[in-house]
Design a protein around this ligand. Structure first.
Ligand SMILES: Nc1ncnc2c1ncn2[C@@H]1O[C@H](COP(=O)(O)OP(=O)(O)OP(=O)(O)O)[C@@H](O)[C@H]1O
Ligand code: SF4
Ligand SMILES: [Mg+2]
Length: 361
């Protein structure tokens, strides 16, 4: 595995690049410093450090995540973007401890409230899931239990995690259905998922995720498959509830415009790597990774015609093949021969702005 460059501490407290990293003088000429991680927000609620995940399949080992690192501060909304297959969902599932059995975590930590979620036992994780950490899944129909009324599913979560007298659980579940704007919530309490529309199922998922006011909500493509009007309503609902409850949120999507509107900070993923992270305005104004720049150039936005949109060249590499340190190398127009040398640097290019590239833009 290609580990990212990490700073070596010298006696004077300065950092020195390891052999193979871009020469330090070059970095300083470009106003960059080499660093292991983005300076975290003051009190990170979640700190993911060097998370690596593989899947063993009949066709070989899929190196789905390699050294993924990012932080989420209290009350912060962080967007995670990248093309299909970039590792967004695997990152979320690893944090929640619900990866597919074929997955193996090969390294890293995900520290939440002092606990490393990756090494915590299943009992501890079950306590955290629902109460402290919740997830809204890509497809609510498959995430909901098809043979249990939706109100009962919410009541189950409340019984497990909320300190409520049993007699008040049903009332509270109905109040939650009302909060996610389901018409006639007392009746909907008894409905099965197949009796509800996609938008209604998504609202039930939100009620389930919010039931115990978790500190962190992970929303993975929460509006996939919904029509545009319902998408906007669902996103506003999630945001309003998260704001009211001062929750931090990780919003996962392939839609850069969406995170541009709604997130404080953005983490850009490509082929299982975090390639750039920055405050939202800065990422759009001055992207430093060639992939981020291409992603922005390919995103529809006001004042840009379809003819002006430039697609990203090539495709995401096959994660079962031998991979170069920079997994964007085969698609990159800015590559230099050194890009094929390990390790891939992780450079701090501004406050809260870091990039995994040997020659950032
Ligand atoms: N159960 C599995 N077995 C083998 N490989 C898997 C499995 N689940 C995910 N992967 C692989 O892990 C990589 C990351 O997948 P992931 O689902 O996280 O992508 P994503 O960024 O969420 O994509 P999308 O935008 O399509 O949801 C992909 O190469 C995918 O094929
Ligand atoms: S490291 Fe090289 S190949 Fe990779 S994105 Fe940067 S310039 Fe392109
Ligand atoms: Mg996904």
């Amino acid at each position: 595995m290609n580990r990212r460059a990490s700073p070596d501490q010298t006696e004077g407290g300065l950092t020195q690049a390891r052999p193979g990293a871009a020469p330090r003088s070059d970095l300083l000429d470009r106003g960059l410093t080499e660093d292991r991680a983005v300076p975290p927000p003051l009190i990170p609620l979640l700190s993911v450090e060097d998370l690596s995940v593989e899947f063993r399949t009949r066709d070989g080992v899929v190196r789905a995540l390699e050294n993924v690192s990012f932080t989420v501060g209290r009350g912060e909304t962080v967007g995670v973007v990248g093309e299909s297959g970039s590792g967004k969902s695997v990152t979320a599932l690893a944090i929640l401890g619900i990866l597919h059995p074929a997955a193996r975590i090969t390294g890293g930590r995900a520290v939440f409230g002092g606990l490393d979620l990756l090494t915590a036992g299943e009992d501890r994780l079950r306590e955290y899931r629902g109460r402290e950490l919740s997830m809204i899944f890509q497809n609510p129909r498959t995430a909901l239990n098809p043979i249990r009324p939706v109100g009962r599913q919410i009541a189950d979560v409340l019984l497990r995690h909320a300190n409520l007298p049993r007699a008040r659980v049903r009332e509270r579940a109905i109040a939650l259905l009302a909060q996610v704007q389901i018409a006639d919530p007392a009746r909907a309490y008894h409905a099965y998922p197949f009796e509800l529309s996609g938008g209604m199922c998504q609202r039930v998922m939100i009620a389930l995720a919010m039931a115990c006011s978790p500190a962190l909500l992970i929303a993975d493509e929460p509006t996939t498959g919904l029509d545009v009007t319902t998408q906007a309503a669902i996103l506003e609902l999630i945001e309003d509830l998260a704001r009211q409850r001062r929750m931090a949120m990780v919003l996962i999507t392939h839609d850069l415009a969406l995170v541009g509107e709604r997130c404080d900070r953005i983490v850009v993923m490509h082929a299982g790597h975090v390639v750039e992270t920055a405050p939202t305005a800065e990422l759009f104004a001055a992207p430093r990774h060639p992939y981020t720049a291409r992603l922005i150039a390919s995103t529809p936005r006001p004042g840009v015609t379809l003819a002006d949109l430039r697609p990203i060249p090539g495709t995401v590499p096959d994660l079962r093949s031998a991979l170069l340190p920079c997994r964007y190398r085969s698609r990159c127009e800015h590559a230099i021969p050194d890009c094929e040398e390990p390790p891939l640097p992780w450079l701090t290019v501004g406050p809260g702005h870091a990039v995994a590239c040997r020659v950032p833009l």
